[in-house]
Design a protein around this ligand. Structure first.
Ligand code: 5GP
Ligand code: ZN
Length: 113
């Protein structure tokens, strides 16, 4: 369920501190250490899932997406809007192999292209 040398698993068990903004039974959300916008939060499942593509994790993956409005509301950006990004693999720049959504907002964001 959790992996010994995974940074985000360590955050889940409290071995590495984080600035928590939200949690429920299945997910944890905390501020990104290197924010790219005024609001930049990472949302992770409380079990170690490397990335998308495995049907057996459909409930947990769904939970990640369902949580974003509650988190945005807590951060007062539900009305103004936000962007969700997940990086998969080398070309996308995934550096941590524990799936995470980047929730970004708090200011107007640049268009994707
Ligand atoms: P990725 O590139 O894998 O999609 O994103 C990983 C994110 O994790 C990066 O935005 C990076 O700033 C963030 N990050 C890396 N190490 C830590 C940490 O120790 N604590 C927190 N809160 N964020 C981290
Ligand atoms: Zn992990």
């Amino acid at each position: 369920m959790l992996i010994k040398d995974c940074l985000f698993c360590k955050i889940i068990i409290g071995e590495i501190p984080c600035c928590k903004v939200y949690e429920n039974e299945k997910i944890l959300a905390f501020k990104d250490i290197n924010p790219v916008a005024k609001v930049h939060v990472l949302i992770i499942p409380k079990i170690h899932i490397e990335n998308t593509g495995q049907r057996k994790y459909i409930d947990t993956l769904g939970e990640l997406l369902l949580s974003t409005d509650a988190i945005a509301k807590k951060l007062n950006i539900l009305e103004s809007g936000y962007r969700i990004i997940t990086n998969k693999g080398k070309d996308a720049g995934q550096i941590i192999d524990h799936i995470h959504l980047h929730l970004i907002g708090g200011e107007p964001l640049n268009p994707l292209n």
